[in-house]
Design a protein around this ligand. Structure first.
Ligand SMILES: [Zn+2]
Length: 469
């Protein structure tokens, strides 16, 4: 090793997906070059004193929607950077007439201009057979995950089982992973139309049209289609105990079936529909206040059956949501009232404050669900998601003592509201580094839009599982 390195993080507690221990980290250029006791590390051009802080691997949000109707690829990463993230793997959708490779080039250009954070893309496949042939080329361009919807019939997103099979077969052949929004869209559509016909259109009438067994049924189908085609299955935003039980069953057979949940399913209930109306309309819906789902999901995450926690950030303006006060399902033109809620800025604070502080999960659990597992499943490991020699020098440094309250006034995103208004949290992202450079420094960003780099991704590596405590 040269006698002098660029940077040392001195005196913190390093948190990995396995454990936490006192050590300093040396960084040269964009990479980690040494980890060890202070006394044996070389001198550095710059030192950052992280005594009393927790040093996590850079946090990854692997479920985020950015684009013209949401935060864009400039504003979204800007907000996410303030909230402690360093890498975003966001959803892109091919525009009308565009092939998948064309969509990748367009998205990559847009995000390269605007993003302060490193980024990659999952592609959403609408049910258009002509898109399927673009999968191999998209994989060569570094896209290893593709999302299909089993619901959203009125929005033109719902894929037939036949289409899902054909896509999964192509993804399996390319060594990728299939992400599925698991809800039975035919039944949802039936229940929604029935509710509309009977005049049950208040916000609180929405969750009962997407009951938990509809997720369970679709998870079961996703598992079976994955077994049939050989594709790994990644269940996005798991929301129910019933769905979780089916996933556990599949995992016990050794099948590559992995699940993600989100803070909203761990923490919020359908009672929010009364308070927030259409702002709390998300898919799958928030589950019944008296139900078993939140506790089941916490247990599933603690026991390693749920691999990742992601935001499903899909902010909407209040104006876009407003028609839902009158009819939660459709506006006067018959268009679906938008689903989604802003959540990237609350992801890290809630996973730390609610998971580690309040529920006593070890910090290594957070390193698992917010860093190493998303990196493994989405083909970024070991460049991202881990503190080890040779990895990108990406860190999330948390001040465990900071106590504060979530306020929309402090948020940077376009939505202008948060379902967590007034929520007290302990622990705060204090600093982040991305490829050796400080991005967030106590509330301020030190890097500009365009600092972020495109991350071509490979195939999945199985996530860390087993009980986290
Ligand atoms: Zn989503």
């Amino acid at each position: 090793m040269s006698s002098r390195v660029d940077l040392i993080l001195r005196g913190g507690t390093l948190v990995t997906a396995a454990d936490a221990y006192e050590a300093s980290v040396a960084v040269e250029g964009e990479r980690i070059v040494a980890i060890g006791p202070d006394a044996v590390l070389p001198d550095a051009e710059r030192e950052i004193d992280v005594r009393g802080k927790l040093v996590f691997p850079g946090a990854i949000d692997c479920h985020i929607h950015l684009g013209p109707e949401y935060d864009d690829w400039r504003g979204g990463p800007h907000a996410a950077a303030h909230a402690g993230l360093t890498t975003l793997v966001g959803f892109g959708v091919p525009e009308a007439g565009e092939t998948l490779p064309q969509a990748v080039h367009r998205l990559r250009e847009e995000a390269s201009r605007g993003s302060v954070l490193d980024f990659g893309f999952h592609l959403i496949l609408p049910p258009q057979p002509d898109l399927v042939d673009g999968i191999p080329e998209a994989v060569r361009l570094g896209i290893s995950s593709f999302k299909l919807f089993m619901t959203y019939k009125k929005r033109g997103r719902m894929c037939s089982d036949e289409f899902i099979c054909r896509v999964m077969e192509r993804i399996a052949a390319q060594g990728g992973v299939t992400q599925l929004h698991c809800e039975n869209g035919e039944v949802v559509d039936y229940l929604e139309n029935k509710a509309i016909a009977e005049g049950r259109v208040r916000p609180a009438d929405f969750p009962p049209t997407c009951p938990d067994w509809i997720e369970e049924e679709a998870v079961n189908r996703a598992v079976k289609l994955g077994a049939l085609t050989g594709s790994p299955v990644y269940v996005v935003h798991l929301s129910s105990q019933l769905g979780l039980e089916r996933i556990k069953q599949a995992q016990a057979t050794g099948q590559r079936v992995w699940a993600e949940t989100c803070p909203q399913y761990l923490l919020l209930t359908d009672a929010e529909m009364e308070t927030w109306g259409p702002l709390a309309k998300i898919g799958p819906p928030l589950r019944p206040a008296g139900g078993p789902d939140r506790e089941a999901l916490w247990r599933g995450a603690a026991q390693g059956f749920v691999s990742t926690v992601a935001s499903d950030h899909s902010p909407r303006s209040q104006a876009a949501k407003a028609p839902g006060w009158k009819n939660i399902f459709v506006d006067e033109a018959g268009q679906s009232v938008p689903f989604g809620s802003p959540s990237v800025e609350t992801l890290v604070p809630l996973v730390y404050g609610e998971g580690v502080v309040k529920r006593g999960l070890p910090p290594s659990w957070m390193a698992r669900v917010l860093a190493e597992n998303p990196a493994r499943i989405f083909g970024l490991y070991p460049r991202k998601g881990v503190i080890r020699v040779g990895a990108d020098a990406d860190f999330l440094i948390v001040d465990p003592e900071a106590a504060w309250t979530i306020r929309v006034a402090d948020q940077k995103g376009m939505a202008g509201w948060t379902l967590y208004e007034g929520w007290p949290v302990k622990g705060r992202p204090w600093m982040t580094l991305l490829r050796g450079q400080v991005v967030l420094n106590q509330g301020k960003l030190e890097q500009a839009p365009g600092y972020g780099q495109y991350l071509p991704r490979g195939g999945p590596v199985p996530p860390i599982a087993g009980a986290a405590r």
